[in-house]
Design a protein around this ligand. Sequence first.
Ligand SMILES: [Zn+2]
Length: 488
Amino acid sequence: MRRFVRLLFVVVLPALLFAQDFWVDLERLKDEISERGKQMEYVYGLTDDIGHRLTGSPGAEKAENAVVDWLKALGLENVRKEPFRMEARWSRGTASAQIMSPVSRALTVASYTWTPSTPGTGVQGHLVDGGTGKPEDIAAVKSRMRGAIVLVAPAGVTLDEVIGNFYRTPLYVEECAKAGALAVLIASDKERTLLYTAPVSFNAKISPVAALAIAREDVELLRRLLNRPAKPGSTSDVRIRVAVKNTVDSPFLANNVFGEIQGSEKSEEVILLGAHLDSNDLGPGALDNAAGCAALLETARAIKALGLQPKRTIRFVFFMGEEEGMIGSTEYVKRHLAEMDNFVTNITMDIGAGRPLGWFSMGRTDLDPEIRAFMESQLYHPDSVMIVNAAFAATDNAAFMAAGVPNLVLLQDDASYFPVHHTAADTPDKIVLEDFTACVTTVAMTAYLIASQEERFGRRLTQSEIEDMMNASKIEYQWRAANIWPLQ
Ligand SMILES: [Zn+2]
C-alpha cells in the first residue's frame, strides 16, 4: 500500500497534473532531439545520397519524393506535393574564360543561374572595370562597354550588403547588356578561388548576356593588368574570351512538399514551419538548406515519437524554387491567400547550422514581448538573446511578411555559413553537431510552444499596416523585384 501511495504521488499524479503543461512537453522535446535526434541522417540523405537539388534537376525531384516518403513514414497527415509553374528549366553546362592578352591565362569561372549560352564558339572583347556595380560605377564606364567583357566586384560582407548585392545583380547585368557588353564577370565574395553563384534574374528570366562568377584571385590579377602602364607601341587593353554552354528548357511543374501534425483543439489555426528543399547547384547545399529541412523533419519525428499533441496544427513545408527567387514560397502564399487569417506564424530556418542567437522578427516590433518571453525560458540556448527587427526579402518568409503574417526567421551565428554558401564547399562536414542540434531544438520548441500556448501568437497586419511596414523598412523594391508585391 505504501508503495502504491508513493507511486501515486511521485509518478502518477505529477504526470496527470502536468500532462497538459506544454513546458513539460518542451523539455521532453528538447531531450528527444538532443539525445536521439536524426537531424544528421536527414542532412546526409539530402546531400550525400541526393546531391544538389536545383529546382528542375533530377536531384530536386528525388528530394521531393524523399521528403514525401519521410513524412509519410513519420505518420504525418495531409502529406502532399503542391505543384507550381517554373517558367524555364535551367541546367548548368560548361563555362570557361581566358585572358588572351597581354598574357595568356585560364580564369576560374562558373555561370550564374539563368545565364544563357554565349553565341557560336564564344565571345571575345576588351575588359572594362565596372567597379562595384553601383549605378555610378556602371555609368562611369558605359561609353566603353560596346563589345566589352565587364568586370564587377560588389563590395561588402555583412548580411545587408550581401542582400543588397543580390538585388543589384540583375540591374547592372541588364545595364551592361543594354550598353553592348558581351558578358559580365562578377567577383566571387568567397576566399581561396571558391566560386559563389546566385540567380542573375528573378522569375526564371534568362539573362540578356552571360554572367559568370570569377574567383577573387583572378579579379586581382585582372585589375593589376588593367592598371599597368601600357608598353610603348602597344595598347593597355586586356582581352578576354568567354565561352558558355548552358541548357534552357521549356516551363515545368516543381513541387512544394508538405505534411501536418494536426492540432487537437484549434486545428484550423496553422503554425507553418518552412525551409527550402532546393539548393544552388555548385555543391550539395548542406548548410543552404539541407540543415533547415533536416530541422523540420527532426521536429516532426520527435513530436511524433513522443506522442505529443499540439493544440494548433503544425504544417511542415519544404519549398522549391527558393534559390531562383523564392518562387515556390511566393506561389504558396498567393495560392493560399484566402487562408492567411488562419496562419498564426511562419517560422523559417535558412542561415545554415550555426548556433541560434535569437530571431529576426522582420519589421514586427509588436512581437518583441512575446518573442522575449519564450526566449528567456531556461530551455532556450543561452546565446539566444537577440531580436532583430530589420525586414528583408532573402528567404521563404518574404511573401508571408507581405501577407501580414507574423514571421520569425531563426537568427544564427553565420560564421560558418557565409564563407561557403552557394559554393562547392557547402558540405555536411561544415556542420558542428552541438550548434546544429541547438538550432533544431529551438525551432522545434518554438513551433510547439506557439502551437500549444493558450493565447494566439501575434496577429495578422491589416493592409495599411503592411504598407506602413513596407515603407518604413524600404522593402518594396525587393518585394517587387521578386514578384511578391502586390500579392494579388
Ligand atoms: Zn537558403
